[in-house]
Design a protein around this ligand. Structure first.
Ligand SMILES: Nc1ncnc2c1ncn2[C@@H]1O[C@H](COP(=O)(O)OP(=O)(O)OP(=O)(O)O)[C@@H](O)[C@H]1O
Length: 336
């Protein structure tokens, strides 16, 4: 485990090996030397606020973006030196919907199999098995444009595996989906991990989702801030904090001003970190009459995120890209 920002501890039989990856966009340093390993069959989350560098990192690992320095290997293949060979081992589900709406469910998969040179003798069997796995077998003849946004995501996952990839990368796979569809996506990911021993890397900024992952790598401003299992992170970095619902916006502003960097908004409420019994008493004395409720919360991944990034995960604004995607997914229609 590595719960600090230093060099990560060795992972047995790593499938993904990332070393000192750095990427600049003009003057902007999007990644500043990121290192980590992911073990075979792990479900690994890259967690960070908007703009942390998650998509940049994933794009490099998927061979669609070149870093300024550093190395990355997937199943022993250097993604920079041998991108085509590396791609054979990789399945990707990008943020942007990329299915062909004019084709049927099955046709989308067949087209992908053809593009990746999967022999006809195995492709149909593999497609049938994957459709079964993501429970789309019964709709395989339907045009993609008639599917719900959750079904489209599931189809994208199936498509990413048609060429028998060993590693699956998903960039914010549940953004824009309703709670039930999000739940299903996680159910399928777990199932793929268990049934196929797949190594899965997911980027997300939904804190509740990373609870189900084997390990979490927290990144912000292009740097790894911490890495470990959810429990390790909670025990080493998570702190008790207060969750407060102020009576009105004036009280909210005053409380936030009083606690400075220890306070953060979370929806309509406020989180205050680093609290002990004396701090709770002090709070009640100062603001007891100005609040609707107060809870002392146990160390959680939310407090890990807050401690490391200074932001409450639920309070993050959706990025413009995310709003567009959410719209596209809910409307279901995306045209080329
Ligand atoms: N093509 C680009 N040109 C210039 N800056 C970019 C480009 N792509 C990303 N950035 C910047 O690099 C930083 C990291 O972006 P990235 O998309 O990797 O973050 P992220 O963690 O995936 O965020 P989000 O969840 O909002 O997509 C951000 O500050 C972003 O504005």
């Amino acid at each position: 485990m590595n719960t600090g920002a230093g060099r990560p501890a060795a992972v047995p039989s790593p499938v993904i090996e990332v070393k000192d990856l750095a990427k600049r966009y003009g003057e902007h340093q999007a990644l500043g030397g990121v290192s980590f390993d992911v073990g075979r069959g792990e479900l690994f989350a890259l967690l960070g606020p908007n703009g942390a560098g998650k998509t940049t990192l994933l794009s490099i690992l998927c061979t669609i973006l070149k870093p300024n320095s550093g190395t990355a290997r997937i199943a022993g293949v250097d993604v920079l030196k041998s991108p085509l060979r590396a791609r054979r081992n990789i399945g990707v589900v990008f943020q942007e919907p990329s299915l062909d709406d004019r084709l049927s469910v099955e046709e989308n998969l067949k087209f992908h199999a053809l593009a990746y040179g999967v022999p006809m003798s195995v492709s149909q069997k593999r497609i049938d098995a994957l459709l079964e796995l993501v429970e789309l077998g019964e709709v395989k003849e339907r045009l993609v444009r008639t599917l719900s946004s959750g079904m489209k995501r599931r189809l994208e996952i199936a498509r990413a595996l048609v060429h028998n990839s060993r590693v699956l990368f998903l960039d914010e796979p549940t953004v824009g989906l309703d709670a039930q569809s999000r739940e299903r996506i996680w159910f399928y990911l777990r199932r793929l991990q268990e049934l196929r021993g797949l190594t899965i890397v997911v980027t997300t900024h939904y804190i509740e989702e990373v609870e189900r992952c084997d390990r979490v790598c927290v990144i912000d401003h292009g740097a790894v801030l911490a890495m470990g299992t959810p429990d390790e992170l909670k025990h080493t970095i998570g702190r008790e904090y207060l969750r407060i619902r102020p009576k009105d916006s004036a009280a909210k502003t005053e409380i936030l001003a009083h606690y400075g960097p220890r306070g953060a908004t979370s929806g309509e409420g406020i989180l205050i970190s680093d609290v002990d019994d004396a701090a709770v008493e002090d709070f009640l004395e100062r603001f007891g009459t100005r609040i609707r409720s107060l809870d002392v919360e146990r160390p959680s991944l939310e407090s890990v995120f807050l401690t490391l990034t200074g932001k409450a995960p639920r309070d993050q604004e959706a990025s413009p890209r995310e709003r567009t995607l959410s719209f596209a997914r809910q409307g279901g229609e995306h045209t080329r």
